[in-house]
Design a protein around this ligand. Sequence first.
Ligand SMILES: CC(C)(COP(=O)(O)OP(=O)(O)OC[C@H]1O[C@@H](n2cnc3c(N)ncnc32)[C@H](O)[C@@H]1OP(=O)(O)O)[C@@H](O)C(=O)NCCC(=O)NCCS
Length: 144
Amino acid sequence: MEIEIRAPKNELEWEQYYDLRYRILRQPWNQPRGSERNEGDATGIHFALYENGNLKAIARLDFNEDKSAQVRFMAVESEIQRKGYGKQVMLAIERYCKANSVTEIVLHAREIALPFYESLGYQLVEKSHLLFNEIQHSLMKKSV
Ligand SMILES: CC(C)(COP(=O)(O)OP(=O)(O)OC[C@H]1O[C@@H](n2cnc3c(N)ncnc32)[C@H](O)[C@@H]1OP(=O)(O)O)[C@@H](O)C(=O)NCCC(=O)NCCS
């Protein structure tokens, strides 16, 4: 079994990347296609986990000011959640941060994902925004 974590590298891979983001993070709340993308996609660092060439999990990392970076759009293909793919992506992000002088990772976690990030050592800072009027997010952080 070959695992690769890297940015998508051709048109088809980019399509699959945004499609996974859409299906997991937008479609269940009836958001339109296109709503899964934003301006930060041009500057963010994209992480995609391929198992034997098949996309399984994704996340984006944005550099903030002051050696801080933010994880956004973390998603794992629906039928394979809780099998360690999300953790592998987060660990790859942490390695990338360490290699690039980032000392703090922050993120806004959905309520449902709090135990996932806690298991990886992220600490709850405070409740933050409500997405689509219903999904509570909480600011979390970890020193790396
Ligand atoms: C949240 C999400 C990214 C986690 O990725 P995942 O691949 O499912 O999680 P992993 O299997 O890597 O979990 C690693 C560890 O986190 C913890 N964990 C993960 N989900 C958990 C849950 N629902 N409850 C308790 N612990 C959990 C466990 O300790 C787990 O290890 P274990 O399975 O050996 O017990 C993924 O489930 C997902 O995409 N969910 C839907 C979209 C979403 O909410 N994205 C996050 C937006 S902030």
